[in-house]
Design a protein around this ligand. Structure first.
Ligand SMILES: [Zn+2]
Ligand SMILES: [Zn+2]
Length: 338
């Protein structure tokens, strides 16, 4: 028997004891949760039972950010108890995009805890689960699982940083210091950039400072210098922040869009795109950055504790999601075994 959480309906998570199937699919391994973390995507499902207009067909276990211990290697060569990082993208491996290494563009890729994957695959907010062996990456025993769970969101942030061409000596502004903005800060600092940040909350700016940001601007209090940045990474999802990015980016600079800015009534100052010859570059998931993220975590140089808000056992997934939904948590909320 193991404990799993299931999103039953919007804002309603039930906890139950379940039995794993006796058989493990031949290309899968059986994993025991080490640490998982809550993503903004999970919160969309928690709030609406849907994300970006895609509704869940059935109650589902959320969670796509996790690391785990190998419970049953099922013939795939992992040592029992081996700690693995989990790449949640199950790409087809056969299409043109996959051949080019662009696994994030694979049209038939599957993803746990997501309405876009049909039939849905249950996610990682549970004590035991099976997952494809090729998605599991063994790491050194010295790595903290509470750091390793950052691999997937850090890979997403590093992909945006790479797409925006951030390099040594660049002046970078990150708009929004939610978990993705904090991890974009980590990624840009790792590239050797000088990073400033904006947020509504001073505590979020302080967390960014702990992972290498230089100057923090509280929105409504102070304003980043106009045309002061080679690259702006938009990580807040606010159309106002996108307008801020258009102001703050230098002429012929780049805006990397890491967030999903939802349709809204707020006018976007797109004339600045033309007048300043701004490159605006979107970003979704990651390609080779998953390995880079794991390597950066293994290096042990990032203070992930400073960007961790709280920890809850699987049995208290409801409380963990409620805390996130309140919007007061700074950093990631982690899910630990029940
Ligand atoms: Zn995520
Ligand atoms: Zn493919």
């Amino acid at each position: 028997m193991y404990t799993r959480s299931i999103l039953n309906a919007a804002r309603e998570i039930r906890i139950e004891l379940a039995e794993m199937p006796a058989e493990i699919a031949s290309d899968h391994v059986r994993l025991r949760l080490a640490t998982a973390s809550i993503c903004g995507t999970d919160m969309h499902y928690f709030r609406h039972f849907a994300n970006a207009g895609f509704y869940l067909d059935r109650p589902v276990t959320l969670g796509h950010e996790a690391c785990a211990f190998v419970e049953d290697a099922n013939g795939h060569g992992f040592a029992p108890g081996q700690l693995v990082a989990i790449n949640p993208v199950i790409n087809c491996g056969a299409c043109e995009n996959c051949a080019a290494g662009d696994i994030n563009m694979c049209a038939t890729k599957r993803f746990p805890g997501s309405a876009t994957t049909k039939p849905h695959i249950d996610g990682f907010f549970r004590d035991l689960f099976d997952f494809p062996a090729r998605c599991c990456h063994a790491v050194a025993e010295t790595v903290s699982p509470d750091h390793l769970t950052f691999a997937e969101p850090l890979a997403c942030a590093m992909h945006a940083v790479n797409r925006a061409g951030v390099t040594v000596g660049h002046k970078v502004l990150v708009t929004g210091c939610g978990p993705m903005g904090l991890l974009a800060t980590v990624g840009a600092v790792a590239k050797g950039a000088e990073v400033d940040v904006t947020d509504l909350k001073q505590e979020a700016l302080d967390a960014a400072g702990a992972v290498g940001a230089r100057t923090g601007f509280v929105i409504g209090g102070s304003t980043p210098p106009a045309a002061g940045y080679d690259v702006v990474i938009e990580a807040s999802g606010s159309p106002h922040a996108y307008n801020q990015a258009l102001d703050a980016v230098r002429k012929q600079g780049t805006i990397g869009v890491l967030s999903l800015i939802q349709p809204s009534e707020v006018p976007i100052n797109l004339h600045l795109n033309a007048l300043k010859e701004v490159n605006s570059i979107g970003s979704i998931l990651f390609t080779s950055e998953f390995a880079d993220a794991v390597a950066l975590i293994e290096a042990g140089t990032v203070d992930f504790e400073a960007i961790t808000a709280a920890r809850y056992p699987v049995a208290e997934t409801q409380a963990a999601c409620d805390l996130m939904a309140e919007g007061r948590a700074v950093g990631k909320v982690l899910i630990k075994p029940a």
